[in-house]
Design a protein around this ligand. Structure first.
Ligand SMILES: [Zn+2]
Length: 457
């Protein structure tokens, strides 16, 4: 039994080994076969073959190309689109090209690098500019088969068909969109033709400072500056770049943010003073105070029994300024039972902060007032149920007090001192671009929203 087992094992092992090699071999072949095509067809910028950058720039019309390559002159140029279930051959047949010409044109394109692959994957709706051949004039085609490339086909002076791939020229164009909010920032921006990804970018960067649910009022305004990559020949938008500048005016208060690359090469947003758009709630909204009572169970100093303390107490002399822990809106400012003189600030949809036992409020504090992080709101006191001057501070998440020491909000770093001058120049440059666009808007020399309503290919 033992012997038989051993003898049978060896061929089995060889079979498995052989299969493994066959599989390995096939997978190597199929990789070698498919990857170069994929890179070219999908047009991924990072994987573009190097020779793409050597492509000549495309021409806007067949006539200009004919001049460029010295082809046989053409007659009038017409335009058609590739229809559903059509290939180039059947499209040419439909527009009455003769069969012998069609054959030569297809052959010429097939001989290009990836030519067969391109011919088999032409997009429906693709624009074909064409000039039909006659005895005196040459045949020519311009096929805009991708967002970035064209194929030109022409007849040389000996009537031979030639073809070549050309790169479509693009430019980056600054775009300024200004608008007024009717009810909802998102919908108002969408109506103005702002690309959806840009709107979401704007909302997420403003989200640290603006409570979109409650702070937006009809008539509030916004403006936004960003770049779009535009196909110079077709005027189509190919790509939108990150927001450069955004400004929002909420009931008369303006917030401005500028895109600036941090030392890690990441785009961040800062206000005109270099303060990060990313806001956090301050854990200690008071300077030079001593934390005298933590969050949690404790024996109440006045009532005597153990009670949950849902805030932090900071012991400080009466009159010590208390700051707004984060940007927000005053929701309550007045007497609040055992809290005494009390202020509550609403920060975002989820966070609020409250300040109790104040001796007095800052003169600017009233309900509905918009505050920036760090603004003085009142002064330490001992009003309400209190044993001595201290600030009772609460962080409220979804209307429940939470431990301020435990909350984790993204902390944004401000522009560093070393970079501040550079940042200021950067802002000036952006604002100048904005002014230039505003002027052209006013002069109507250049319509800002020219490209907005055009769909890309
Ligand atoms: Zn307290």
């Amino acid at each position: 039994m033992k012997k038989v087992f051993k003898i049978n094992l060896l061929p089995n092992f060889l079979t498995v080994l052989g299969l493994f090699f066959i599989l390995f071999f096939f997978s190597a072949i199929s990789n070698a076969d498919s990857s170069p095509f994929k890179n070219k067809i999908e047009d991924k910028p990072i994987k573009r073959p190097a020779n793409l950058f050597n492509l000549e720039e495309s021409a806007d019309t067949i006539f200009n190309l004919i001049q460029k390559v010295g082809a046989k002159p053409t007659a009038s140029v017409n335009k058609t689109k590739l229809k559903q279930n059509e290939n180039l051959s059947s499209a040419l047949k439909r527009i009455k090209f003769q069969n012998n010409h069609i054959g030569k044109i297809i052959k010429s394109i097939s001989n290009l690098q990836n030519g067969k692959k391109i011919l088999s994957s032409l997009p429906v709706g693709m624009i074909i500019n064409y000039s039909k051949p006659s005895n005196l004039t040459g045949g020519a085609l311009k096929i805009s088969y991708s967002k970035t490339k064209d194929i030109f086909v022409w007849q040389d002076v000996n009537d031979n068909y030639k073809s070549k791939i050309y790169l479509r020229p693009t430019k980056l164009e600054n775009t300024l969109i200004k608008g007024t909010i009717e009810n909802n920032l998102y919908i108002s921006a969408l109506k103005l033709g702002m690309p959806e990804n840009t709107i979401l970018e704007m909302i997420s960067l403003l989200g640290f400072s603006v409570d979109f649910q409650r702070e937006i009022r009809k008539g509030d305004s916004f403006e936004i500056l960003f770049e779009r990559k535009i196909d110079i020949l077709s005027n189509f938008v190919i790509q939108t770049k990150p927001i450069k500048y955004v400004s929002i005016n909420l009931s008369g208060n303006t917030l401005n943010f500028f895109n600036f690359i941090d030392k890690y090469g990441l785009p961040q947003y800062y206000d005109e003073n270099g303060k990060s758009s990313k806001r956090t709630i301050m854990k200690t909204p008071i300077n030079g105070a001593r934390l005298s009572s933590r969050y949690g169970n404790r024996k109440h100093p006045i009532l005597g029994y153990t009670k949950m303390h849902r805030g932090l107490d900071f012991a400080a002399p009466t009159g010590t300024p208390v700051f707004a822990a984060g940007d927000g809106i005053v929701e309550k400012a007045g007497w609040n039972g055992s809290y005494g003189k009390y202020i509550r600030i609403r920060h975002t949809g989820t966070y609020k902060t409250a300040y109790a036992h104040l001796s007095r409020f800052h003169k600017n504090i009233k309900v509905g007032k918009r505050l920036l992080q760090g603004a003085t709101i009142g002064y330490v006191g001992s009003t309400g149920r209190s044993t001595g001057p201290h600030l009772h501070y609460e962080v409220i998440k979804n209307n429940v007090q939470v431990n301020p020491m435990r909350i984790k909000l993204p902390a944004g770093k401000n522009v560093s001192k070393a970079n501040f001058l550079k940042y200021q120049n950067h802002i000036k440059k952006i604002l100048n671009q904005k002014i230039v666009l505003e002027k052209s808007m006013n002069n109507k020399e250049l319509a800002i929203n020219t490209h907005v309503n055009q769909k890309s290919l």
